[in-house]
Design a binder for this molecule. Structure first.
Ligand SMILES: [Fe+2]
Length: 576
């Protein structure tokens, strides 16, 4: 069973204090998290409006009392969220989140992305969103809807439906962001066609996109990765929209055993007009995954750590009348949460060979305990991505209480039920990049501990945001700290490990001064202390409100749309 407080705790600001060990004095910056709020009882909670949470890694900063650590949480007030605040009755929900006459609202609830002195948050079904790095207030969405090539599927409303990626990647050479967009197409077969999207701050309020010629598929592009010369997209394969379910029936689709990967040479896109199709190099990988990370240096090939999500179907969620695999009713607090992994996960390092189209395996790790590989921590500096040394991975353990009999039946023949009967401990594990040899492991034997997105914090970064490119003396992932958040109904904890010695256990533990609990967190990131909203041209919601789009929304709602546009303009114009 997962902690009940994942869904019952509320977002709030509080302070943490050291309850064990001693806090390192050469750790700095902030750790930021994305989290879906629980604004509406909806079938599948991961689609609800996003919040950003921030933990200050230095005591007495961000408004905390001396010696204590600030935790702050803010709702991400996109134009869609502001319209929902005004007219919640104009929104309905389904297993795919909110629908509305206003269009498709951006929940931006999945991952934070600090980049170039700016803070963005992301979602698979919306554009990246920029927040003010000090106040955490919404500032702007990225890229005018027309520059994205319009909605992924034609629909009325002033809010565009833009299927994208929750993990865009920042290119340190070109000073741009690479992400993806999916369009529904009928040719060459019905499905979604992926496109590469590039956002250059120098392009102001526009992005550029290039559809992949001849490619259609039925999944999602959760992660975008890169090397110096290549952009890498893949069908995440773990999340498939199921027409049977969308039309009110039971889910019938299951995830694939292998997925396509597409390589696009960055040089190929230079000077190519936006909208021009490009032909990718196609490879095949197994198992499917949401998360993969390439080494930046590609002179000796495209080396990728592929965090396999074997039999982890993110389209499946728990329903009120579900029984778990042991025949027990599912905890009401877990209803609306995702169905957890039905097999141990495989992590693998591979070399993609663009010339031959081959995938060469360099290392692989999978044992009985490697259930629910969800999230990882690495050194995101340029130097760290060029020569990565260690890769830190959080495994949440097997959680039979969050695997439904319905899911088990759908996957009959592909799962071993005997392996799913007992809950097993979670672990923070360190792997050597290249070989995927297990270097260290710290186990969480208390089954009430639910460990979530860790992050790597470099040593001695200081307060200078210019150090965001890189901070420590020895890049790669071993010289610094792994910060591991732990959900528990007995109180949320932050545990800090020496990145070179995760197996020794945490060197310091923080808890809320009132043993506060925190609702479910998704991805996290480390960032230096950014305070100012840097000068940049930003998209205004009002710039998208063409007469044609406005007439697609009932007249009586135009006042609310204009009011939201005015509010958003104020945020850009008056930002300190
Ligand atoms: Fe993700």
């Amino acid at each position: 069973m997962t902690p009940r407080t994942l869904t019952t705790a509320v977002h709030a600001d509080f302070e943490l204090e050291v309850v064990k060990g001693s806090w390192p004095d050469d750790i700095s910056g902030d750790m930021v998290f994305s989290s879906p709020q629980r604004c509406t009882p909806m079938a599948y909670g991961i689609f609800d409006w996003g919040a950003i949470c921030r933990l200050a890694l230095e005591p007495g900063t961000r408004g905390a009392t001396s010696g204590r650590f600030a935790w702050q949480s803010r709702s991400i007030q996109t134009p869609g969220k502001r319209l929902w605040d005004r007219h919640p009755n104009q929104f309905t929900t389904s297993a795919a989140g909110y629908q509305s006459v206003f269009g498709a609202a951006n929940a931006s609830n999945t991952a934070p992305l600090p980049w170039g002195g700016r803070l963005f948050t992301t979602w698979d079904a919306g554009r990246p969103v920029e927040l003010h790095p000090r106040t955490l207030e919404f500032v702007a969405e990225v890229g005018h809807r027309d520059s994205w090539g319009g909605s992924s599927l034609d629909m009325p409303g002033v809010l565009p439906f833009l299927l994208s990626s929750a993990h865009p990647v920042a290119d340190p050479d070109r000073n741009c962001m690479w992400t993806a967009k999916l369009d529904f197409v009928m040719e060459p077969s019905f499905g979604m066609r992926p496109a590469v999207v590039r956002f250059d701050p120098t392009d102001g309020t526009n992005v550029r996109y290039w559809p992949l010629e001849g490619i259609t598929f039925g999944g999602s592009t959760h992660t975008v990765s890169q090397t110096r010369d290549w952009v890498i997209l893949a069908d995440s394969g773990n999340f498939k929209p199921d027409p049977a379910e969308i039309f009110g029936g039971d889910r019938e689709l299951t995830i694939d055993d292998e997925v396509p990967v597409w390589l696009i040479r960055k040089e190929q896109l230079e000077g190519l007009p936006s909208g021009t199709p490009v032909t990718p190099i196609c490879l095949t990988m197994a198992p499917p995954t949401g998360h993969f990370y390439a080494r930046w240096e590609d002179a000796e090939g495209i080396s990728v750590v592929w965090e396999g999500m074997d039999l982890m179907d993110l389209g499946l969620y728990l329903k009120a009348d579900d029984l778990d695999v042991n025949g027990n009713p599912v905890d009401p607090a877990a209803v609306g949460q995702y169905n957890m992994a039905m097999a141990p996960e495989t992590i693998v390092e591979v070399l993609f060979e663009p010339e031959s189209g081959k995938v060469i395996e360099r290392g692989r790790f999978r044992e009985d305990w490697t259930f629910n590989l969800q999230l990882s921590a690495m050194d995101w500096s340029i130097e760290g991505m060029t020569r990565p040394t260690l890769h830190h991975v959080t495994y949440q353990g097997c959680r039979p209480g969050s695997i439904s009999q319905r899911a088990a039946k759908l996957y009959e023949g592909r799962i071993d039920l005997d392996q799913l009967r007992e809950a097993t401990p979670g672990s923070l594990a360190t792997f050597e990049r290249g070989s995927m040899e297990l270097k260290a492991r710290w186990e969480y034997p208390d089954l009430g501990d639910h460990i979530t997105s860790p992050t790597f914090a470099p040593r001695s970064c200081g307060k200078n945001a210019a150090h965001s490119a890189y901070a420590g003396a020895e890049p790669g992932g071993h010289d610094g700290y792994v910060v591991q958040p732990v959900h528990s109904d007995d109180g949320f904890r932050i545990e800090v490990f020496d990145a070179a010695a995760v197996g020794n256990g945490p060197i310091a533990i923080l808890m809320g001064t009132n043993k506060e609990c925190v609702p479910m967190l998704l991805h996290s990131a480390w960032m230096p202390v950014y305070d100012e909203l840097i000068d940049a041209e930003r998209l205004r919601f009002s710039d998208e409100l063409s007469d044609e789009l406005m007439t697609s929304v009932p007249n009586e709602l135009h006042g609310a749309i204009r009011a939201v546009a005015d509010e958003c303009n104020m945020l850009i114009d008056s930002a300190p």
